[in-house]
Design a protein around this ligand. Structure first.
Ligand SMILES: C[S@@+](CC[C@H](N)C(=O)[O-])C[C@H]1O[C@@H](n2cnc3c(N)ncnc32)[C@H](O)[C@@H]1O
Length: 204
């Protein structure tokens, strides 16, 4: 991995993810978490201040050393106990059925093998546990989706592996989740980057 991917991408990720317009979505998703929570691709820890009293503890899983070090101070200042876990979502080093809530915010776009990662999330969730997600992904308009496909190789390199064109609902159901709530709001900005999938799913 070169200098750009190792050092510049984490700083750009933190800046992009700090946008104020993302905060209401974070509050909505994180506010619904309860019990023992696993947050996938925790980044610089921007969700940590938002966990509420229904949460017993949070495990923030993140494979980037640079982002883990940015997340450390937010983990210490969080209103609930947060432990950081240096790992990839495709191989989660936790016991099956040991997690009440999995949280993913703008992470399924970036995980190289999102299907494998979702299988792992399903494995670690207890029966009846919840996956809470807000992601960006493939737009329903054919013209926008074609542009997403065209831009994807360049964007993915520039943005640390982020893909524009993943159909998040299909990924979830193919991995054995039953989607219980799904909304598709749009953020302001380029239509290739702003179609959201926000909701709740459980192991089917
Ligand atoms: C766009 S950032 C979102 C960060 C954070 N979830 C947020 O909302 O601010 C995507 C995150 O996915 C992480 N990521 C990339 N590959 C991953 C993998 N294999 N397993 C888990 N996380 C991964 C990145 O390191 C990065 O932190």
């Amino acid at each position: 991995m070169g200098f750009y991917q190792r050092h510049i991408v984490p700083c750009l990720t933190h800046l992009a993810m700090s946008q104020k317009q993302l905060l209401p979505y974070r509050q909505h998703i994180v506010g619904a978490a309860e019990g023992r929570v696993l947050e996938i691709g925790t980044g610089s820890g921007l969700n940590f201040p938002l966990y509420g009293p229904a949460v017993g503890s949070v495990i923030g899983l993140e494979p980037s050393a640079a982002l883990l070090s940015m997340a450390r101070a937010r983990a210490q200042a969080a209103p609930v106990p947060v432990a950081l876990l240096d790992a990839s979502a495709e191989a989660i080093p936790l016991d099956a059925g040991s997690i009440d809530t999995v949280v993913t915010t703008w992470t399924l776009c970036t995980i190289p093998n999102a299907s494998l990662a979702l299988g792992e999330m399903r494995r670690v969730l207890r029966p009846g546990g919840t996956l809470l997600f807000v992601e960006h992904g493939r737009a329903p308009e054919a013209r926008v989706a074609r542009w997403q496909d065209r831009l994807d190789p360049f964007w993915s390199w520039f943005a640390g592996g982020c893909h524009l064109n993943r159909r998040m609902d299909d990924l979830l159901t193919a991995a054995g989740f039953r989607i219980e709530a799904l909304q598709n709001p749009r953020l302001p900005g380029p239509r290739t980057h702003t179609y959201l999938y926000e909701g709740r799913a459980r192991p089917a």
